[in-house]
Design a protein around this ligand. Structure first.
Ligand code: SF4
Ligand code: SF4
Length: 771
């Protein structure tokens, strides 16, 4: 028995370690196939990065949001590393059953630690197994976050851990019996019942049992290592190792999620300069986005390999939850499996030029397996008939809401990868949903998505002046430049041109006036910030719009681009925006174009004005309200509290949260340029969101984004027509609610829309977005 156990264990260990070492080298070479990233981007602040890894690992910061699952996983993860010494111990036990680790083997604190972690790892993995079994895709369908995950691999890993955990405790029991423990001892506080159970056995029986259980423990461990070593794309196992570098190299060294800004387009590790990128005499081959899997950066390839297939991203994805083909998990898995299958071809020097010609010689490719050559022929984006890796419907279903990124426990940057693929499709292939083309053309010609004349941007000011007598200050007209005011109010295209959004604009301007805030708006020369084209993948158009806006803004703030002495710090260039998309672009993306401003959202300023007593909500607004978090305000910029605080200050309102709120808020369906595309597959996302709101039977659905306002209003109006929503249900921006409450009953001020707490009845007369 002993000899057989030793031989089998040593053979498995030797094979396992060799294959595992080979796999690490393969993964290293595989990841290096990706494109370089700009210098320092992923390696700045090494100390902060290390702290971030420690915080995320020991704090299990994402997983712990999932209650008991995070707790259970913590012990499984920590146990994996903490119990390595038990493997060494088991090896020694094969040679001498009563062997213990030198120095610490019989040290009570170490023994207690081993027993505790062994027990908790076992209980932890049982919990995770039960969670998986309770949510099998066969029972829960799309509701299961495991739908599409490789169940066989997950079961294998889970049962390996369970076996090892149980073996550790049994070995402890045998150790106690062999060492003559004859009463309860703290060092055996978990395994003492086993010690007692083994008490009557002979020494040789105890020894043989020790050899057998040690063999099971060692054999299971190294069989796991062999399987994992042979499957470098087995994310459910490899995430244990790859999560550490993946988190260390994340976008934000301080630990923030890869949300908010999109990164500029990069080729060969350098930001693309569109002025020279397309020149014929430009010798460098410029890659626009990702057309092949090797076009992703090495961090992208590391991301794909790290996915543990937990499905947390999928469970939050609005596209997946409304029956669309996109699941962020399945997308990452598809990219991973494709990349790994194609890797032998790429490692042999294979690859295609931008013109589609093969770079490698026949000699280089002669030993590449046919399966890898076949994989290399698959288009990255293509339908099932085209044998594509990612279906176009998957690519275009994304709203860039960021729910996936927010939830991913190993910090995968889904949105960046999706946008990179869109960039190639839009900029090189011109392959994108045709409806979005109208928006792009309008932006190119008129600077706004509706294609309206620029003078219409100021129409709302006239309407407000007629209703209230208040003339909104305009830069270049009423005020010379923005040095005379405290805030530039950036109205945005929707806020200036879309009827429903204009109500928010007017309400906010009136509130600023009431509070005595010294502000002004741009005079109509401003353009769309470029949020939609950028998220659609048209980086060129984004840069064009952005650069024009930055020049216009800097000039409005009294800066002369030619004269350094006129430059002002961001704190002297304050902007308030009612649109979270504008807010995000101005605050987080314009610095990439040389525009540095201090930008806040209107709910933040309103909260401040209420707190300062400059706005006093007095008039009750009766009813049950539920607040919808705009993704680009909440998840992308972490502004959750101000809108709720304002609602809380309005007398009469009773606030009730929807099930999915704050970090887990559910998109309205408009982000990622989806506002400008038809929604042909599955249930409409805005209807799903409104159904959730309706389950609370609210009187008011509130939000803080013009896009959300339009999407939710559309859905509510449709449901009113179908008698699924009560006629007096309103969808309003937080600013409108506050204005209603700030006004006193005798106050005859008001916008031309009449009191904004009137039920929303009229249809928009402005050109509508595609959906
Ligand atoms: S960003 Fe939102 S819509 Fe896009 S994949 Fe992630 S969760 Fe789904
Ligand atoms: S991408 Fe992240 S959240 Fe989604 S399945 Fe993979 S590890 Fe889980």
């Amino acid at each position: 028995m002993q000899l057989a156990a030793i031989v089998v264990s040593l053979v498995l260990a030797a094979v396992g370690i060799a294959l595992f070492a080979r796999a690490i080298a393969q993964i290293y070479r595989f990841v290096r196939l990706g494109q370089p990233v700009p210098e320092g981007l992923r390696t700045d602040e090494p100390g902060a990065r290390t702290l971030t890894v420690a915080r995320e690992f020991f704090g299990h910061t994402r997983m712990n949001r999932w209650g008991v699952i995070g707790f259970a996983h913590w012990f499984v993860a920590v146990g994996f590393f903490a119990l390595v010494l038990t493997l060494v111990h088991a090896m020694g036990q094969l040679f001498r059953a009563d062997w213990t680790l030198p120095l610490i083997g019989t040290w009570a604190p170490y023994e207690i630690f081993t027993e505790f972690i062994g027990l908790m790892t076992t209980l932890g993995i049982i919990t995770l197994i039960v969670v998986r079994l309770l949510s099998l895709p066969s029972r829960a369908g799309r509701k299961s976050r495991f739908a599409g995950s490789k169940a066989g691999q997950a079961y294998f890993v889970e049962y390996v851990i369970l076996t090892i955990g149980v073996a550790i405790l049994v070995l402890r029991g045998l150790e106690g019996a062999l060492h003559g423990v004859d009463g309860y001892e703290a060092a055996y506080f978990v395994s003492y019942p086993l010690v007692a159970a083994f008490e009557g056995l002979s020494v040789s029986a105890l020894q043989n049992l020790t050899y057998l259980v040690a063999l099971i423990k060692i054999g299971t461990s190294f069989v796991w290592m062999i399987v994992v070593g042979l499957n470098t794309n087995m994310g459910v196992a490899w995430h244990r190792f790859l999560a550490f570098p993946n988190i260390w190299f994340k976008r934000d060294a301080q630990g923030g999620t890869a949300l908010g800004e999109l990164r500029p387009m990069v080729s060969g590790g350098k930001e693309i300069d569109f002025e020279t990128a397309l020149d014929d005499d430009n010798e460098e081959e410029v890659r626009f986005g990702a057309s092949q899997v090797e076009d992703f950066s090495w961090k992208g390839l590391l991301d794909f390999s790290t996915c543990t297939e937990c499905g947390r991203c999928q469970s939050q994805c609005p596209a997946w939850n409304t029956g669309k083909p996109l699941s962020p998990k399945l997308l990452i898995m598809s990219l991973r499996d494709h990349a790994h299958a194609k890797a032998p071809y790429l490692l042999a020097g294979g690859g295609k030029t931008m013109e589609g010609e093969e770079k490698a010689t026949d000699e280089q490719l002669k030993d590449v397996p046919q399966s890898a050559l076949d994989e290399a022929e698959r288009p990255l984006i293509g339908t099932a008939e085209e044998n594509g890796v990612i279906d176009p419907d998957v690519l275009w279903s994304c709203t860039t809401c960021g729910a996936c990124v927010e939830q991913c426990p190993v910090d995968i940057e889904h949105v960046d990868h999706i946008v990179d693929m869109r960039r190639y499709q839009v900029m090189i292939e011109s392959a994108f949903p045709s409806e979005a083309g109208t928006m792009l053309k309008n932006l190119e010609k008129k600077g706004n998505p509706w294609g309206l004349a620029k003078k219409q941007r100021l129409e709302w000011t006239k309407e407000l002046a007629e209703a209230t007598g208040f003339e909104v200050p305009v830069v270049g007209k009423t005020v010379e430049d923005l040095t005379e005011v405290d805030y530039l109010y950036w109205v945005g295209c929707a806020g200036a041109l879309e009827d429903r959004a204009k109500k928010t604009t007017k309400a906010f301007a009136e509130l600023l006036h009431i509070a005595g805030v010294n502000f002004a708006i741009m005079g109509g020369d401003e353009k769309c910030t470029g949020d939609s084209p950028r998220r659609l993948g048209n980086e060129f158009l984004f840069q064009q719009l952005g650069e024009e806006n930055v020049a216009t803004l800097n000039a409005a703030f009294g800066e002369d681009d030619e004269d350094e002495s006129t430059k002002k710090p961001a704190s002297k260039k304050k902007i308030v925006a009612t649109c979270p998309h504008c807010f995000n672009t101005l605050a987080n993306e314009y610095p990439q174009l040389g525009g540095h401003y201090e930008v806040i959202h209107h709910t933040q300023l309103l909260q401040h004005l209420v707190d300062e007593g400059k706005l006093v909500p007095v008039t009750p607004v009766e009813g049950l309200i539920t607040y919808h978090d705009p993704c680009y305000l909440g998840r992308h910029n972490k502004v959750y509290t101000p809108p709720r605080e304002i609602i809380g200050k309005v007398p009469g309102l009773r606030n009730e949260e929807m099930h999915r709120h704050k970090e887990r808020g559910f998109c309205c369906g408009a982000g990622g340029a989806r506002m400008w595309m038809e929604e042909r597959i599955g249930k409409r996302i805005n209807n799903e969101r409104v159904d959730e709101a309706l389950s609370l039977n609210p009187d008011i659905v509130s939000t803080a984004c013009p896009f959300c306002l339009v999407m939710l209003t559309d859905s509510v109006n449709g449901k009113k027509n179908d008698a699924q929503a009560k006629e007096d249900l309103r969808v309003v921006d937080v600013a409108q609610l506050l204005l209603d409450s700030v006004r006193t009953p005798g106050d005859d001020g008001g916008s031309s829309d009449g009191p904004s707490d009137e039920p929303e009845k009229e249809e928009s007369t402005e050109p509508e977005p595609a959906n």
